[in-house]
Ligand binder design. Structure first.
Ligand SMILES: Cc1ncc(COP(=O)(O)O)c(C=O)c1O
Length: 402
């Protein structure tokens, strides 16, 4: 089955330093299948026009494609209405939109809780928005990569928490957090829950209605779509109250020298020309995933991750970071006596692409007592041989060190 999917990804047949490429960096950006690339070419060759502003044929075609994409995204995440899907430039943009759009309207004395497992994109915007608005900024701790839900309950009881911002999957450790439970806890205390789905959307997926999630943010480029396109899903009544961060064309109703009234959702949050090609690419990516048995892809990923964790544990000197109850999409580790950067640098020379550093999640790594790690992240187009090549590379590095 994997072979079937792999052949759709032209880049996976590349050579790097004379070796067949082993791509284990999908958490940074996933690769695009030929079907998405061809859809983008078709758009640029035959459909390119601006949307919502013209009545000529091409503009209407492009507008239709964007609105069909919105409906497909809404169905993909389980949203009740298509206008609950706002197109952004990526998860970072979406989370900034949520943080700065909400913080200004929270009552004095309110608190926002994030967790120490967050990517900086779901940490820093809240920290900055709290500082700007004089709100309390609280961090829920984790222990060995697992979120401490007792500590979260304690924070919810002791403070006027109005927002809980949490990741679905930690990009540094791979922890899969219990979203429904966290949403329930937040709601019991009158807080909304904002979920960073950047790492969860492809490997785990979401049903925002079933999980009762208030906001859900993700990037297209981590789910086989191009870079520069993302989504902020929000419950309609909450999006309607969100103050836009950007103003301009397309999002207004009436503009006079005295005042401007804003348009309706979702356009009131999409000032300016959106990334039309990106939206069409995202649509094609979801069409590809749904048309190629996403359930089987996710099962394959889980088996592969279990294999990777087991194989890595048997490599001498490898220490896996964190032991969460459920891990998703990636595994982080260090090789004794070697800096993570050097490990990634040398693996690259063997054709193996992994990431090293703090993964834009400094609090998460510090909670595990390290400043950096090597991260191997997978997608459904990976195969066991990729993990074997990674482990063989690490064994070679280990031997060099001895
Ligand atoms: C968990 C998580 N959140 C947010 C982001 C930010 O995504 P982007 O850079 O596409 O905005 C990333 C990117 O690595 C991530 O892994």
């Amino acid at each position: 089955m994997t072979g079937e999917w792999r052949k759709d990804f032209p880049i996976l047949s590349s050579k790097v330093y004379g070796h067949d490429l082993v791509y284990l960096d999908s958490a940074a950006t996933s690769q695009m299948p030929r079907q998405v690339i061809e859809r983008l070419t078709a758009y640029y060759e035959g459909e390119h026009a601006n949307i919502h502003r013209g009545i000529h044929h091409l503009s209407e075609e492009a507008t239709g494609a964007v609105e069909r994409a919105r409906a497909r995204v809404a169905a993909f995440v389980g949203a009740e209405h298509a206008d609950e899907v706002v197109f952004t430039s990526g998860a970072t943009d979406s989370l900034n939109m949520a943080a700065f759009g909400m913080a200004g309207s929270l009552p004095a004395g309110s608190a926002v809780v994030v967790t120490d497992l967050e990517h900086h994109s779901n940490f820093v915007p809240w920290q900055q928005a709290c500082e700007r608005e004089g709100l309390e900024f609280l961090v829920c701790p984790s222990s060995d990569g697992e979120l401490d839900l007792d500590a979260l309950e304690g924070l919810l009881r002791a403070h006027e928490v109005r927002v809980v911002a949490v990741t679905q999957v930690s990009n540094a450790v791979g922890t899969l957090t219990p979203l429904e439970r966290i949403a329930g806890m937040a709601h019991d205390h009158g807080a909304v829950v904002v979920v960073d789905g950047a790492q969860g959307i492809l490997h785990e997926g979401v049903d925002v209605t079933a999980a009762d999630v208030d906001f859900y943010a993700f990037s297209g480029h981590k789910m086989c779509a191009p870079t520069g396109i993302g989504v902020l899903y929000g419950k309609r009544r909450l999006l309607e109250r969100l103050r836009p961060a950007r103003f301009g064309g397309g999002m207004v109703d009436v503009v006079t020298p005295r005042e401007t009234t804003l348009g309706t959702l979702p356009l009131r949050l999409e000032a300016g020309t959106p990334n039309i090609a990106g939206i069409i690419g995202l649509d094609a990516a979801i069409e590809y995933l749904e048309g190629h048995d996403l359930g089987a892809m996710r099962r394959h990923e889980r088996e592969l991750l279990a294999y990777a964790t087991e194989r890595l544990s048997s490599v001498e000197g490898v220490e896996i970071l964190g032991h969460p109850r459920r891990r998703c999409g990636l595994v982080s580790f260090n090789l004794a006596g070697m800096h993570a950067f050097d490990v990634a640098f040398m693996l690259d020379k063997l054709g193996v692409a992994v990431r090293s550093g703090h993964h834009c999640a400094q609090p998460a790594l510090r909670s595990l007592g390290v400043e950096s790690s090597v991260r191997a992240s997978i997608a459904f187009y990976n195969q066991r041989d990729d993990i074997d090549r990674l482990c063989q590379g690490l064994e070679r590095l280990g031997a060099l060190r001895r």
